[in-house]
Design a protein around this ligand. Structure first.
Ligand code: ACM
Length: 536
C-alpha cells in the first residue's frame, strides 16, 4: 500500500537496518501469532496478518524522524508506555546499540494512500515495526494501536530473556469522524487536574481527540477569569450537595490543555449561557435576568437562571470571559452552552445567541452550542450539538450546520446502566453496555452523514463526586463510543466488540480504572495471552 516513502525516510531506514544487520542474532523459535486476533478497540480499517512474531525485548530500540515536530516526542511517549507495561527500557534515537536486534521506526510518510490527518500505517515484520503517518497526530493514534498489540505478559519460556511477542502484519487505519469526544461536567461537582489527566490518559488510549469541559453552571464556576475574580471566589465556592467546590486557576487550565495536547486531544471549553448561569449571577448580580436574588445553589434542578440579555454590560462581561478562555484554548472551538434557557424569552434567547456567536468569532473561534442554538440565526460555520431535540437537529441541517452527535438516549454517560446502577440518572434512558454500542450514529434520526462532525459522549456530574464514580459511569461505555466514532459501520459488530472489550480488563486494571463490570461481558481478568496458531 505504501507508494512513496521519502528519500529522507529511506536514509534513516537504511541506518536502522544496518544496525539490525550488525546486531548479534539470537535464534528464537518464534511461535506464530495472529494480528487479526488482537483485541483492538477501536477496530482499525484494515488488518492483514502475516502470522509471524516480532520480539519486543531489551534488544529493541525506537528510532524516529528527529526534525519533524512531535515525532521524537511520540517515540518517547511510546517508550514510557512500554516501560509501564513491560518494565523494558527501550532507547529512543540513540546512536548505536551493539546488541540491537529489532527496531520500531516512527516515520513521516507522504504516502497518498494515507488520507486524512490522523491516518497511519503500521507494518510489523519479524525484525521491525514501521509506523508511518504524515502527521504527529496520525503517529500518536498508531502508537495506541501498537500499545494495544503488545501483550500484557511476556513469553519467557522460549528464550533466556523476556520477550513480548507482537504478531506481524499490516494495519492501515484512519478515523471515520474527525471529532471524537467526551465531555466532563466539572461544574456540578468539581474534578481535580489529576482526575482530568487520568481521564485523558484513558481517552487517548482509545483514540479520542476531544475533551469538552463544562466549566460553568448554576452550581459552580470553575475557571479563573482575571478580569472578573468573584466568578471563582464566590461562584466557585460550592457544588451539588454543598461541598466546597473548587476551580482551575488559569495555570491549572493551561496544564490540562498542555497535557491533552501531548495526547493529541483538544480541550473544548464551555461557558454555559444564557441559562445555567446562577453561580455567575451570585458573583455579579447585574448579570441576572430572572428577576430574583441569586443565591448559591447546591441542588440539581435546571432551567431557572438566565443572564439579562438586553444589558450592554452583560455583553462586556461575556466578551472578557470569552477573550480570556479563548486565549488559553488553542483549539478552534468555543462552546457557549445555550441549553435549557427556560426562563429566557424566545426573542431574548435568539438576540443573545446571535450576539454571542459574533463575540466568539471575534475571538477567533467557531461557536458550538447545544441543539437549541439552531433556533437562532446562527451561521453555517457554527456547530450544533444534538442532545435532545430532533427538530432542532433538523433545523441545524437546514441551516447547513455541522452536528456533534450526543443523543442523551444513546450517548449520555451519566445515564444509569440499569435499575441496579449505583450512580447516574435515567431521565433519558437506561443505557446498558450493549445499547450504548448498538446504534448507528451515521443514520440516527435522519441526520445526513455529511452533516455529522463526529460523536461526543457527555458525562454530567450531578450524581458523581470523585474519580471512582466518574470511572464507573464512563467505563466501559466510553470505550464503545470510541469505536462508534472511529470505525466505519461495516467494521462494527457487537459480538466481535464484546470479546475485544472483555480483553480490555488487564489494561483497565493496570490503570486502576474502576469500571462497571457489566454482566454482559465475560471479562478476561486472567493474564493476557496472544492467540497461538501453531509452532514453527
Ligand atoms: C443538556 O443535557 N442539558 C445539554
Amino acid at each position: 500500500m505504501i507508494k512513496s516513502i521519502t528519500i529522507r525516510s529511506l536514509t534513516v531506514l537504511f541506518l536502522v537496518f544496518t544496525f539490525i544487520a550488525c546486531g548479534k542474532k539470537r535464534v528464537i523459535n518464534f511461535p506464530k501469532t495472529d494480528l487479526a486476533a488482537s483485541h483492538l478497540i477501536p477496530k482499525p480499517l484494515k488488518v492483514t496478518p502475516t502470522n509471524g512474531g516480532f520480539a519486543l525485548d531489551k534488544f529493541t530500540a525506537i528510532y524516529t524522524n528527529k526534525n519533524i515536530a512531535g515525532f521524537e516526542e511520540a517515540g518517547k511517549f511510546l517508550a514510557d508506555k512500554i516501560k509501564a507495561k513491560t518494565n523494558l527500557d527501550i532507547k529512543v534515537n540513540v546512536d548505536a546499540i551493539p546488541d540491537l536486534e529489532t527496531v520500531i521506526y516512527i516515520n513521516q510518510s507522504e504516502n497518498t494512500d494515507l488520507d486524512g490527518t490522523e491516518a497511519y500505517q503500521l507494518n510489523i515484520t519479524q525484525d521491525s515495526v514501521i509506523l508511518n503517518s504524515s502527521t504527529a497526530a496520525g503517529i500518536f493514534r498508531g502508537i495506541q494501536t501498537l500499545r494495544q498489540i503488545i501483550p500484557e505478559t511476556s513469553n519467557d519460556t522460549l528464550a533466556d530473556t523476556k520477550i513480548w511477542m507482537i504478531p506481524t502484519g499490516e494495519i492501515i487505519d484512519s478515523p471515520q469522524f474527525e471529532y471524537r469526544g467526551s465531555m466532563l461536567d466539572v461544574a456540578r461537582h468539581f474534578f481535580s487536574v489529576e482526575d482530568v489527566k487520568k481521564y485523558i490518559d484513558i481517552l487517548a488510549y482509545y483514540k479520542y481527540n476531544v475533551l469538552h469541559l463544562h466549566l460553568s453552571d448554576d452550581q459552580g464556576w470553575r475557571i479563573e477569569i482575571k478580569s472578573w475574580p468573584k466568578l471563582t471566589e464566590i461562584g466557585g465556592s460550592t457544588e451539588v450537595g454543598g461541598a466546597s467546590g473548587g476551580f482551575y486557576t488559569q495555570e491549572d487550565y493551561t496544564e490540562i490543555v498542555n497535557y491533552a495536547a501531548v495526547h493529541h486531544i483538544m480541550i473544548v471549553p464551555e461557558i454555559d449561557m444564557p441559562g445555567h448561569t446562577n453561580a455567575a449571577s451570585v458573583a455579579y448580580p447585574f448579570l441576572n435576568g430572572n428577576g430574583k436574588i441569586a443565591k448559591l445553589y447546591e441542588g440539581t434542578e435546571v432551567g431557572f437562571s438566565t443572564f439579562d440579555t438586553r444589558k450592554d454590560t452583560v455583553y462586556t462581561f461575556i466578551d472578557d470571559v470569552i477573550r480570556e478562555v479563548a486565549a488559553l484554548s488553542p483549539g478552534p472551538y468555543f462552546h457557549i452552552g445555550g441549553d435549557e434557557s427556560h426562563v429566557t424569552k424566545k426573542n431574548d434567547y435568539i438576540y443573545f445567541i446571535n450576539k454571542v456567536e459574533k463575540i466568539v468569532q471575534k475571538h477567533g473561534k467557531k461557536m458550538i452550542g447545544w441543539d437549541e442554538v439552531a433556533t437562532a440565526d446562527v451561521d453555517s460555520t457554527s456547530i450544533s450539538q444534538f442532545w435532545a431535540s430532533k427538530e432542532n437537529a433538523q433545523t441545524s441541517v437546514n441551516k447547513g450546520l455541522k452536528i456533534i452527535m450526543s443523543p442523551a438516549k444513546k450517548a449520555y454517560l451519566d445515564m444509569q446502566y440499569d435499575l441496579t446502577s449505583k450512580h447516574g440518572l435515567h431521565w433519558a434512558a437506561y443505557i446498558p453496555t450493549d445499547t450504548a454500542y448498538i446504534w448507528t450514529p451515521e443514520y440516527y434520526e435522519g441526520i445526513p452523514l455529511k452533516n455529522i462532525l463526529g460523536i461526543e459522549a457527555p458525562l454530567w456530574s450531578e450524581t458523581i463526586s470523585n474519580i471512582d464514580e466518574l470511572e464507573y459511569l464512563a467505563f466501559p461505555r466510553a470505550i464503545g463510543y470510541s469505536e462508534l466514532s472511529w470505525t466505519t459501520q461495516e467494521n462494527r459488530d457487537w459480538e466481535s466488540y464484546k470479546v475485544r472489550l472483555a480483553n480490555q480488563a488487564p489494561f483497565l486494571d493496570r490503570m486502576k480504572v474502576k469500571y462497571y463490570p457489566s454482566p454482559l461481558i465475560d471479562w478476561k481478568k486472567s493474564k493476557y495471552s496472544y492467540t497461538k496458531i501453531e509452532k514453527d
